[in-house]
Every structure is written in C-alpha cells, then in structure tokens.
Design a protein around this ligand. Structure first.
Ligand SMILES: Cc1cc2nc3c(=O)[nH]c(=O)nc-3n(C[C@H](O)[C@H](O)[C@H](O)COP(=O)(O)OP(=O)(O)OC[C@H]3O[C@@H](n4cnc5c(N)ncnc54)[C@H](O)[C@@H]3O)c2cc1C
Length: 495
C-alpha cells in the first residue's frame, strides 16, 4: 500500500493505539500505526485489566494469551502491617470477586503487567493485512484541511522526514501528547498531583504471602508504609510509596537501604531482592478540554491523565480505542453518517471526567465492587450463557461488527421485516430465559451496537416491526447510535 495516503493514522502504540488499530483492522480499514519507540516499553505499569477490558480482549480471541501472563488474585486491596502478616483487612477497589464476575460476564478481570499485555496486542495486530506498523517513527507536526490531515513523520534512525495524508488521525500518544500540544488543546485539572517512587524487584514473595493472593497490598508498617503489587505469577514485584512532602525519592537510597526497606515491608527479615529498576512518576488528574479537533481525535492518556488510584488509566485507554475504532470503521465502510463521530466525545468524555475525579480523590482507590462494575461495563447488554450449535456462548458473543437484533424466540416477524440498512444486521433468536435476562418479553427485540450497547429495546411485540426498525435504522444512518448516556441510565425504550 502507498503509505503517503491512509484512511486512518494512529499515533502511539500503547494500549489506546493498539486497541484502536486492532479494531479498525478487524473491519479491514487500512490503518497506519506509528510509534516513536524502537520497541515496546518494558515497564510493567498497569496490572489491573478490568472485566470490560477482558471482554474486549476475549472478543479479539486473545484471552488465553493474556492470561498466560496473569497471577490469580482476589480483587480487593489487602491492608496489613507487612506482606507476611497473617491478619489484615480487605478494601474493595471497584473490582468484582470471581463469583461476582462469573454472574455478569463470560470472563473476569486479570492481574497482568502491561509489558505482557502490549506484546500480545501487537502480535495480534501484525496478523492483519490492513494494519501497517512503523516503530521508530515519530509524529512531529500535523495540519488539517477540509479533506484530510497532513502529518509530518520522522524516521528516528535515518532522520528521514516524510508526510502522510490521512482522512482521520487518532492521537494515542500518551500523557505528553505531541498531537494535543500541536492542536493547542488545553488540559483541565491539577498537574503533578501525586509522585510515586517505586522499586521494581525480583524476590520469592509468594512464600510469604501464603494463601492471601491479592491484586494490591497496602502496607501500614510505620517504617515502610507503601504498596506491593504482584507483576504476574513469577517473582517480579513492585513496591511503591506515594510520597508525602519532604519524603525522599527511593532512587536516593542505597541498595542496602532498599533491601532493608523491602525486608521490613515484606516482613521477611532475610529477603534477598534483586533490584531491576528504581524510578519515580508524577501523576496528574487532568482531562482535555475537548477530545476532538476536526479530523483528529484524542484517546487514552492523551485525552485524560489519572493517578494510579482506581487503576483506570489503561482500561479507559482500551475502552476509548475500542469505541473510536468501531465508529471510524463504520464511517470508513459507509455504514453511518459522519455525525456518528460526535458521539465519541459525548460518550467517552464523561467517563474520562468520572475517572479523573476518582483518581484525584485521596480515597479514590476505595470503591464498592457493584459501583465499579457498573462504571466499567458501561451499559452493555447483560451477559447470559446460551447454547448455540451445541456450543456454550455468551450473549456478548452474538454481537456482530454491524448491528445485531436479538429477538424473543425465532423472531419471525422481525426477520421478515428487516428493511435495507447501511450497516449489516445480524439476527439471533433467543430462548425465553435468555430473552428475559435481556429484558425482552413476548415477541420483543433489542437492537445492539458493536460494543454491546443497546440502541433501541422493544420489550414486547410491536404492531409493525418493519416500521419500528425502519425508524431506528434511519436514525442510525444519521449517526444517532447513542446508547445509554451512563451505566445508570435506562435503555431507550420505544413506546
Ligand atoms: C508507573 C505507572 C503505573 C501505572 N499503573 C496503572 C494501573 O495500575 N492501572 C492502570 O489502569 N493504569 C496505570 N498506569 C497508567 C497506564 O500505564 C496508562 O494509562 C496507559 O499506558 C495509557 O495508554 P495510552 O495508550 O493512552 O498511552 P501510553 O501507554 O503512554 O502510549 C503512548 C505511546 O505513544 C508513543 N508516542 C508518544 N509521542 C509520540 C509521537 N510524537 N509519535 C509517535 N509515537 C509517540 C509513546 O512512545 C507511547 O508508546 C500506570 C502508569 C505508570 C507510569
């Protein structure tokens, strides 16, 4: 392909950029992904992959590959004096237990470091002919006219500069986004809110932990207050401190002092840690004043910067990328009017605002599992297992790339009434029990978007299914595919 003209240019190969590019590539939309780094980051960073993120990953067929890097944990914070303390208390962090997850989802959250997840996503992206990936390539500048965006790219090895014309650009270039700065989009909210000093190390700590396997350990020892985070099932761990005024960075400690600190915090007096890296990170709680400027869209950390409280940074980046990916794909395939792209900001920015505010709250990690799940699942249809061609599938597995009409029973009156539509429509009949879980009664149906959000629900049969569908499809073709405004808002119910 001539890479001086592409339908979509994605800048940045972190979770937001990779998810956007995979979603577009699955629709066959030619996409160029450029990444400044010559290779992927080896920093573990985020470890909490949420239920909805795992659903997206499962829909890509990557669940097993991602879980190969996981450690099975309880999704609470464990508060104790040391890691080895046998007594402690749990704190809900907005994640479901295994039992809760099994009731609402075909999958469950995973504790996997980001440097395991990102290579899985990249390898998958490489399997699509429509995806063109350039590492060591940096975006320097861009300008847009009525028809396209012209981006100036530099090959970091050869220093060669070339221009690419793209119909749309996705800025997934992280917290210090060049694209956002070039467009002059201001960030709102406090900068440098929290500084975390962290030690990345290897030590056989699971022996000290015993049966208390949690995603996060909050250590209260007066000489070693901080957190431990397991980085997979091996012996790699992170110890971190949220610095208070005047507290020294861990980088300034000697190896002997760090070893002492880790021994105290872990409660293992003869621990011999191998220290991989000591660093510090400043976190902000900021959101871009707009997620869009013409043909350019901000996604992930480029659009919102959060502190680690609540662990929403990477998950929101994945969800942004998925949302933008299918909407850009629909426009590229001619399945909806360009107005559809307006719904990216109207749907995703409220989520960004919610997470930013949560992360600014010193108690923001603490959240009831039900509230966390509702926010994470974002109003997609309920999950239920059903039998299809002698396989057990989830209602979420029925959702296709275009529109999906789920009907009570065979849904004959709906099937025979389907009008022509820009987006393809798949119809699935449901048994009575499954239909009930989805709020569909006798003769009813629900029309669902590719991200599982219901667009219109007909709880029972309607007099003229053809007219009901035609009216909805007209609105959809105009780009009105807005699902519930928030997870707490009821589905639009046709009268
Ligand atoms: C220490 C640490 C701990 C964290 N812990 C958690 C956690 O527990 N849970 C959680 O959910 N989140 C956590 N996060 C946040 C999480 O890592 C980020 O939210 C996530 O990586 C955002 O993904 P992204 O794709 O938006 O941006 P990034 O992952 O930052 O990716 C942006 C990419 O764009 C590239 N790039 C930048 N500029 C250019 C350019 N001009 N041209 C080309 N490429 C460019 C960068 O090299 C980078 O690869 C943590 C972050 C850190 C630093």
């Amino acid at each position: 392909m001539n890479l001086t003209e592409v339908p979509v240019l994605v800048v940045g190969a972190g979770p937001a950029g990779l998810t956007t590019a995979i979603t577009l590539a699955r629709y066959g939309v030619e996409t160029l992904l450029v990444e400044r780094r010559s290779e992927q980051s080896t920093l573990p960073r985020a470890t909490a992959v949420s239920t909805r993120s795992m659903e997206i990953i499962r829909s890509f067929g990557l669940e097993q590959q991602v879980r190969a890097g996981e450690v099975e944990v309880e999704w609470d914070g464990w508060i104790a004096e040391t890691l080895a303390s046998k007594s402690g208390i749990t704190m809900p962090v907005g994640y479901p237990s295994r039992e809760q997850a099994a009731r609402v989802s075909p999958t469950a959250p995973a504790s996997v470091p980001q440097d395991h997840l990102e290579p899985v996503l990249l390898s998958h992206l490489r399997t699509f002919p429509a995806a063109h990936i350039r590492f060591g390539t940096e975006l320097l500048a861009l300008e847009q006219d009525a028809k396209a965006v012209t981006a100036t790219l530099r090959d970091r090895e050869s220093q060669a500069i070339h221009a690419v014309r793209a119909r749309y650009v996705v800025a997934a270039d992280g917290a210090h986004s060049t694209v956002r700065a070039t467009l002059g989009i201001p960030m709102e909210g406090p900068d440098d809110l929290v500084t975390h000093s962290t030690v990345l190390f290897h030590a056989p700590l699971w022996e000290a932990v015993g049966p208390r396997c949690y995603g996060l350990y909050i250590i209260t020892h007066p000489q070693a207050a901080g957190i431990f985070v397991p980085l997979g099932a091996g012996d790699r761990w992170l110890y971190g401190q949220e610095l208070t005024d005047g507290q020294d960075l861990l980088e300034n400690a000697t190896d002997a002092e760090l070893t002492d600190l880790l021994r105290t915090a872990s409660g293992v007096p003869d621990l011999e840690p191998w220290i991989e890296r000591v660093s510090h990170f400043s976190f902000a709680a900021q959101i871009a004043s707009t997620y869009r400027e013409g043909r350019v869209f901000l996604a992930g950390d480029a659009a919102h910067r959060v502190t680690p409280r609540g662990g929403t940074g990477m998950n929101t980046a994945i969800h942004d990328g998925y949302d933008l990916g299918w909407k850009l794909a629909w426009i590229s395939r001619g399945w909806a009017a360009r107005r559809l792209l307006d719904t990216y900001e109207s749907e995703r920015r409220p989520v960004g605002l919610h997470n930013t505010a949560r992360s600014a709250d010193p108690n923001g990690s603490h959240l009831d599992a039900d509230a966390g799940l509702a926010a994470d699942l974002g109003g997609r249809i309920p999950h239920a297992w059903l039998c299809q061609d002698s396989d057990l599938v989830s209602t979420l597995d029925l959702v296709g790339p275009g529109l999906t009409l789920l009907t009570d029973g065979y849904g004959g009156s709906w099937r025979s009434a389907i009008p022509s539509s820009h987006a393809p429509i798949q119809v699935h009949g449901l048994d009575e029990a499954t239909a009930q879980v989805l709020g569909i009664g006798d003769g009813g149906a629900v029309l669902v978007r590719p991200d599982g959000k219901p667009v219109v629900s007909w709880p029972t049969s309607v007099a003229d299914p053809g007219a009901a569908l035609a009216a909805s499809l007209d609105r959809l073709a105009q780009g009105e595919v807005t699902g519930p405004a928030s997870p707490h808002t009821a589905v639009l119910v046709a009268s």
